[in-house]
Ligand binder design. Structure first.
Ligand code: ADP
Ligand code: MG
Length: 549
């Protein structure tokens, strides 16, 4: 509140909470650290899983940083910024979400110490920015090139991303599937670089069977069976009609009363309906289609005629599936059935119905557009199927970014250690107070190998000393071998990651840390998440904390 001539002036609405100075900073940092702590134990192949139960009692079991943070309800504004870090990381690199959040938390934790030592947050922020740039330079320098044809390395990249997931028991099969899927859909650009459109990889989940039954299908899977058993169960060289129209006779909206006085009239009325359906099927047949996907319904009688015409028909197909079919087969979705012509048809070499678990599904394979593939996920329970899906999303993304960027680095904390070493060297050339911030950044980088060691139940101090020693000797690939409990060459251990996972984690963690550091005043409306209220480490007794206006 402000005083003016003895009368208090209320600038902000009553009940607005305001927090300033170090109080605001420490409170924000505490909240961000709490988020990092929530995911820390999941990092790495020996990290633990989390079971999340929502208010309705639905359960998600996962190890995926971004999934955990999306599922839990987070109120604190600074904590929310860390959730954003995970989301950005997921969108940009598809993996490394836990790493990015841990890094942001560590940067802030170390900044807190520096603030205590009276180093101004803007100095820390600029030191962090310098360090982040340098770190990404180091990554570029230690990266090795790979090509789209290097299936071997790509598989290692997929395996590494998968190794921390519970589906890792099947990582061999799932990595093969990911690499094949991504390299099939990768498109070469004019400048020889590659582009991968994730939308070309369809993921279909079907509970039942085992993870080992998960398969890659060259084409599209529609989770529907043919409408009539009299239809062929397999169609070679399928010419595919895609219609967003019903093969039904529309019932009149108003209740019309038809008076029939003579049995022949009834016959005429019924055969009129029959004729209409017959004509619809005739239109489909005349177009040359041997397969029909309808977004709407297909009348029983129409089904009968379609079966007689040897046409494989599917009804009530989802709009998104129709669109995928159109893209894959080169067909056009027709909204008026009588306008269906030969030119609208799509093509697939082989389409068939196959029983998966209890249901039959329609497989459309060998499509006109060869860049359309599907992964059919199988697994004992819904939770298993969902976690396999998340693992596959991670592994296909890392393979995709590895192909797009054409560069990989070694994981297991090896690149992070190399960066820390280079940063400490660099810091001395910068000097001043920023030097201290750059050194803090280096320490934060080392939280990756440290956490990997901790989560594997190993002694982090011994391993970190050993790791530094190896890197000083020039062993750039030395990292934490979480299985053998020692420092090993990560290249030999096949722990390979796309460069983008690391560089994106560094840049988004830095952005978030810097943004949070620069805040020295939090003004929150009454109903919003109260800073200094429920947030962890609410700044009791801190200067300027929780002032009421
Ligand atoms: P994120 O969400 O950050 O991807 P993960 O739980 O997937 O978190 O763990 C990734 C970390 O685990 C990376 O630092 C990666 O290098 C490391 N890692 C993966 N496989 C191995 C391995 N076999 N040995 C040591 N570290 C590994
Ligand atoms: Mg991962």
């Amino acid at each position: 509140m402000m005083q003016s001539g003895g009368t208090p002036i209320f600038v902000l609405k009553e009940g607005t909470r305001r927090e300033r100075g170090k109080g605001a900073q420490f409170n924000n940092i505490a909240a961000a650290k709490a988020v990092a702590d929530a995911v820390r134990s999941t990092l790495g192949p020996r990290g633990m899983d989390k079971m999340l139960v929502d208010s309705l009692g639905d359960v998600v079991i996962t190890n995926d940083g971004v999934t955990i943070l999306k599922e839990i309800d987070i109120e604190h504004p600074a904590a929310k910024m860390l959730v954003e870090v995970a989301k950005t990381q997921d969108e940009e690199a598809g993996d490394g979400t836990t790493t990015a959040v841990i890094l942001a938390g560590e940067l802030l934790k170390r900044a807190e110490d520096l603030i205590e030592q009276n180093i101004h947050p803007t100095v820390i922020a600029s030191g962090y920015r310098l360090a982040s740039e340098k770190a990404r330079e180091v990554l570029e320098k230690i990266a090795t090139k790979i090509s789209v044809k290097d299936m071997d390395t790509l598989k290692k990249v997929a395996m590494t991303a998968m190794s921390s997931k519970s589906a890792s028991g099947h990582k061999d099969l799932l990595s093969d599937i990911s690499v094949k899927a991504v390299s099939t859909v990768a498109e070469q650009r004019a400048d020889d670089s590659y582009f991968v459109d994730d939308d070309n990889i369809q993921i279909v989940k079907k509970q039942g069977g085992s993870i080992a039954d998960t398969e890659l299908v060259d084409g599209i899977i529609v989770d529907k069976e043919r409408v009539h058993p009299g239809m062929p169960a397999q169609v070679d060289n399928a010419k595919i009609a895609l219609v967003d129209a019903a093969l039904e006779v529309k019932k009149t909206e108003i209740d019309a009363k038809i008076e029939i006085t003579d049995p022949t009239q009834l016959q005429a009325f019924l055969s009129e309906e029959e004729d209409m359906l017959k004509r619809m099927v005739e239109t489909v047949k005349k177009s040359g289609a041997t397969m029909l996907f309808s977004q709407k319904g297909i009348d029983d009688l129409a089904q009968h005629y379609l079966a007689k015409a040897d046409i494989y028909a599917v009804r009530r197909v989802k709009k998104s599936d129709m669109e995928k079919l159109a893209k894959a087969t080169g067909g056009k979705i027709v909204t008026k059935l009588d306008e269906l012509s030969k030119d609208d048809l799509g093509y697939a070499k082989l389409a068939y119905e196959k029983k998966i678990g209890d249901d039959s599904m329609t497989f459309v394979t060998g499509c006109k557009n060869p860049k359309a593939v599907s992964i059919l996920i199988r697994g004992g329970t819904e939770h298993v199927v969902d976690e396999v899906e998340r693992s596959l999303e991670d592994s296909t993304s890392v393979v995709a970014v590895a192909i797009e960027d054409g560069k990989v680095v070694t994981g297991g904390g090896s690149s992070a250690t190399e960066i820390a070493l280079a940063l400490r060297d660099h810091a001395s050339t910068v000097g001043g107070r920023e030097q201290i911030a750059i050194e803090a950044f280096a320490d934060a980088m080392e939280s990756i190998p440290r956490t990997l060691a901790e989560n594997a139940g190993l002694d982090p101090i011994d391993l970190l000393i050993e790791l530094r020693k190896e890197h000083k000797k020039g062993n750039k690939n030395a990292g934490i071998n979480v299985f053998a409990g020692k420092v090993s060459d990560m290249k030999k251990e096949n722990v390979i990651e796309p460069i983008r996972v690391g560089s994106q984690a560094i840049s988004s963690a830095t952005d978030a840390a810097v943004m949070i550091l620069r805040i020295d005043d939090v003004i929150a409306a009454k109903s919003g998440g109260a800073p200094g209220g429920k947030g962890p480490g609410a700044g009791e007794g801190d200067e300027g904390a929780g002032e009421d206006f």
